[in-house]
Design a protein around this ligand. Structure first.
Ligand code: NI
Ligand code: MN
Length: 226
């Protein structure tokens, strides 16, 4: 599985023949400008953790051009279905087997409303299982005891955790989250995009290292293969 960081909380996951885009916020991200072009993205699926603008800005444009299926909570799926897009609704705790593998929509502590004020359901994250690998995509969330449920059923190969603080967990809580989900391999996201979430990269890497864990901080456009 190849995971490419598209900036902020946007990811492109390539698994087998499937291309899965997560939380596309690219055209509005100055840091991604000139590196990622949404016209080049042709996903089969778009996973949406919650309805905030910094996670959904490019969903409609990319879903229209690619014919991708939007996978999210019920409210977000219905929102996009009403706009004529293909959508697959899920809700917390639910699994579904897609052609690329299994997705489970899991709990997150955060909020979820569209930019126009429409209710975007309750926010979540995903556990993606494909090619015998298991990846936790936390979405925007606080540290929560619910994370401890994940390793009861799933031995993770990678945990993708927000680390930017202010709107989500910061570095210290993300280290605890990596313990809760029992994963030593972490990809950090949701940092540096705005002033509120700028972090010290060296300090972040060092804090995970001191707990025997690896924190990957990818340049925009760079990939991790697991
Ligand atoms: Ni958010
Ligand atoms: Mn966010």
């Amino acid at each position: 599985m190849k995971i490419t960081f598209l900036g902020h909380a946007s990811l492109l996951i390539e698994a087998g023949k499937s291309s899965i885009l997560v939380d596309p916020f690219i055209s509005g991200n100055e840091k991604a400008s000139g590196i990622i072009n949404i016209q080049d993205l042709n996903p089969d699926y778009i996973l949406v953790t919650h309805a905030h603008q910094d996670h959904v800005l490019d969903v409609e444009t990319i879903a229209e051009s690619s014919d991708a299926v939007v996978v999210s909570n019920y409210e977000i799926a219905m929102y996009y279905e009403s706009k004529g897009l293909k959508a697959h609704p899920m809700n917390h705790g639910g699994n579904w087997k897609f052609d690329f593998g299994n997705l489970k929509y899991v709990n997150a502590i955060h909020t979820s409303s569209f930019a126009d004020g429409i209710y975007g359901g309750e926010p979540g994250g995903f556990v993606l299982s494909t090619e015998n690998k298991h990846v936790y995509i936390a979405g925007d969330t606080a540290l929560t005891m619910d994370m401890k449920i994940i390793p009861v059923t799933t031995s993770l190969d990678l945990a993708i955790l927000p680390i930017g603080d202010n709107f989500t967990m910061g570095i210290d809580d993300a280290v605890l989250a990596s313990k809760f989900v029992e994963c030593d391999n972490i990809l950090g996201y949701h940092y540096d995009t705005f002033g509120y979430i700028e972090i010290d990269h060296d300090l972040a890497v060092q804090k995970f290292n001191s707990e025997g864990k690896t924190l990957h901080l990818l340049e925009i456009g760079a990939s991790l293969i697991i």
